[in-house]
Design a protein around this ligand. Structure first.
Ligand SMILES: Cc1cc2nc3c(=O)[nH]c(=O)nc-3n(C[C@H](O)[C@H](O)[C@H](O)COP(=O)(O)O)c2cc1C
Length: 217
């Protein structure tokens, strides 16, 4: 698949077939993702691949914590969002709403509980970074995530980044016996369910005039 085609075609997948993802395919995916650039070639990312019973147990604990603490998906801002950003969230909600309704869920439950359950994907990836690294190295993890999402798409897999679970980092650390590392983001990974209405959603992007400034010539 052409790279630009992959960049245009990739989207978050939130419904998966039951079919497991073979270990060799996951390894191939991670090898592609690890071609991501990083400052000083530090490659500060670490990935925990969770499937089967371990994934069920992790999801169970996350769901239980979510139902107790009710911290859902949100922009995580201390101050109110400027209007142009909250408008973007509304647009995304408008795109997803009808599909979620057609599936018989409320959007809040679908997204929050779905995220805790990695949307039923057979594989959950957890992207970690050693606590020795400063915040600046999160950029490297972000690029790694981008590479991983594009490679997943090119390999015929579906993926959805899951940031919500970082609100339950303590639960993840305990479930997976993680020490000395931060949980940066999760990823739901599997083969897309082509029948599910939620996988037909394609989000918009703002035009260049919203985010690009040209100075000089
Ligand atoms: C860092 C990050 C965290 C995200 N966290 C979640 C999440 O917790 N749950 C979820 O359903 N989607 C999550 N998403 C997916 C975004 O909602 C999605 O990327 C965005 O709406 C654009 O849609 P697209 O990926 O289909 O292009 C996350 C995306 C990123 C990059």
């Amino acid at each position: 698949m052409d790279l630009l085609e992959a960049m245009e075609g990739r989207k978050s997948i939130r419904a998966f077939r039951e079919e497991p993802v073979p270990r060799e395919v996951i390894e191939e995916l991670l090898r592609y993702a690890s071609r991501a650039p990083s400052a000083l070639n530090l490659q500060p990312w670490e990935v925990v691949v969770v499937s089967g019973r371990r994934k069920e147990e992790l999801s169970r604990r996350l769901l239980e914590a979510y139902r107790r603490r009710r911290i859902g998906c949100g922009p995580g801002m201390a101050v109110p969002l400027p209007i142009r950003f909250s408008r973007r969230i509304s647009k995304m909600v408008d795109k997803m709403g009808p599909s979620v309704k057609a599936m018989g869920h409320s959007l809040d439950d679908f997204v929050n509980e779905g995220s805790c359950n990695f949307y039923g994907a057979p594989v959950a990836l957890l992207l970690l970074m050693d606590e020795v690294f400063p915040k600046g190295r999160l950029v490297d993890l972000g690029i790694f995530l981008g590479y991983l999402l594009l490679a997943a798409h090119a390999l015929g897999l579906g993926a959805c980044p899951i940031g919500l679970i970082t609100s339950y980092e303590d639960v993840i650390r305990e479930a997976l016996a993680i020490e000395g590392k931060r949980v940066i983001v999760g990823v739901a990974l599997g083969y897309p369910d082509p029948e599910s209405p939620i996988n037909l959603v394609r989000t918009d992007r703002e035009g260049l005039e919203e985010f690009a400034t040209f100075l000089g010539a």
